[in-house]
Design a protein around this ligand. Structure first.
Ligand code: NIG
Ligand code: FE
Length: 425
């Protein structure tokens, strides 16, 4: 039994496990001042005032078997969840930075065979062991920032065996690393060079060979596509996602990132779980998403790194779209594992309130990856994924920005970070 005692604030984000939070409700965190949390095995067994928590421990714990974590002056929240990463890849792309500063756009670089295609070359060359080693380091960093679950997309293989290789690495790491990984197949991330002249032929391979193979090997739960001018058209995207659905892969979509392209509308039409990026989503697309309950996964770190205007989070929240936040961790458009810094950007570049930001990185993010029944809030019966920050309250997370305030992380009931340092796993 672990007793997290006397926290300055426990933010539970409770009561939204059946549907993501929308509108004003995104700002309702359920804060307990002087709170306590008790876990047993991998499960939360009590959340409440510290006095009640102390009584709970007294009546339920055999003496000597309680580990006490002193949370005086600290903030306790659910483990942070990142619902959109491209974490399994080889190499890095810092060489693109000067080109971009001189004016080359993201698409200029991709069209010249760089960008996603250069990461594809490196990922194809890498062995499963190499890929796992590189990815493990990224996971370790995520954990240090209080992230306990992530989504992981393929999409740097762009041919059957290498897409499977990426997904197998994610599966192995899910088993061996404290962080849980939820896999998404994204073979339609770019048109590989060898199909540049015939993108439809590549789409056919994605639909007829890759999706069935991924589904048969049970390597992914979701299917995603980069629906963007110059990458995959809305028609191609729809075809890929519909095939995915037939094979049991739930649809997600990279939508309206660089231009307004009907991605948000398409997400609503096909009943996607989430639409991601949405920097240039149309007003009608946003309304359609709200009507269908499609979650907007916003990635302000990508807008920051690509030096563009971020998504209109305020319009989405006002329209009733449930909003989640993510790093988009990838080698080209957002190479950071600091979800807390992304939270800072959401606050200062998209004007989301500190309360909305925390909802977006916990329960709404859990909904975006189909895990809200187990994680995303601190409630008795849920998995014990918990973060303690060296912060007196949740607003302080956005105030003292761009530093790592994580003091402790508990994953499935096991302390994995204590006093800011990795202790096991
Ligand atoms: O979500 N937009 C497409 N895919 C990634 C970037 C991948 C890359 O540049 O390697 C994204 O930003
Ligand atoms: Fe992405």
């Amino acid at each position: 039994m672990i007793y997290i005692r006397n926290a300055s604030q426990v933010v539970t984000v409770a009561g939204a496990s059946s549907a993501p939070k929308t509108g004003d409700d995104m700002g309702q965190l359920h804060v307990i001042e002087n709170g306590g949390v008790v876990t047993e095995g991998d499960t939360i067994v009590f959340v409440g005032s510290d006095e009640e928590a102390g009584q709970f421990v007294e009546t339920h714990a055999a003496s000597g078997e309680v580990t006490i974590i002193d949370a005086a002056g600290k903030l306790v929240t659910p483990g942070l969840i990142d619902p959109h990463t491209h974490i399994v890849f080889a190499g890095s792309r810092e060489h693109e930075l000067n080109m971009r500063l001189e004016g080359a756009t993201y698409m200029d670089i991709l069209n010249a065979g760089g960008g996603i295609l250069s990461s594809t070359e490196k990922t194809r060359e890498a062995s499963e062991e190499q890929l796992a080693a590189e990815t493990r380091k990224r996971l370790d960093r995520f954990l240090a920032y209080g992230v306990t679950t992530i989504e992981a997309k393929s999409g740097y293989g762009l041919r059957l065996e290498d897409e499977l290789k990426q997904l197998r690495v994610a599966k192995v790491l899910n088993e061996e690393h404290p962080i849980d990984l939820v896999s998404t197949f994204m073979g339609a991330h770019a048109v590989p060079l060898e199909y540049k002249k015939d993108p439809d032929a590549y789409v056919k391979i994605v639909r007829e060979q890759m999706i069935p193979a991924v589904a048969r090997e049970q390597l992914a739960e979701y299917c995603d596509v980069f629906c963007e001018e110059g990458v995959f058209t809305p028609e191609q995207s729809r075809a890929v996602l519909e095939t995915g659905l037939r094979w049991g892969l739930k649809p997600k979509i990279h939508a309206d990132e660089l231009v307004s392209y009907g991605g948000a509308e398409l997400a609503a039409e096909i009943g996607a779980v989430s639409a991601e990026h949405l920097l240039n989503a149309s007003a009608e697309g946003i309304r359609a998403m709200a009507r269908q309950g499609v979650i907007a996964v916003l990635l302000p770190g990508t807008a920051f790194f690509l030096m563009t205007k971020p998504a209109n989070a305020r319009a989405m929240i006002q329209a009733g779209v449930p909003v989640a936040l993510s790093t988009d961790r990838n080698p080209g458009s957002c190479p950071t594992e600091s979800l807390p810094f992304i939270m800072n950007l959401a606050c200062f570049s998209m004007r989301m309130t500190p309360a909305e930001v925390l909802t977006a990185c916990t329960i709404n993010a859990a909904h975006a990856i189909g895990r809200a029944d187990r994680i995303g809030s601190l409630e008795a019966g849920k998995q014990a994924d918990i973060v303690m920050f060296d912060a007196p309250n949740y607003m302080y997370l956005q105030y003292h920005y761009a530093v790592n305030l994580v003091d402790a992380v508990i994953k499935k009931g096991k302390p994995v970070i204590l006093d800011g340092k990795r202790v096991q796993g």
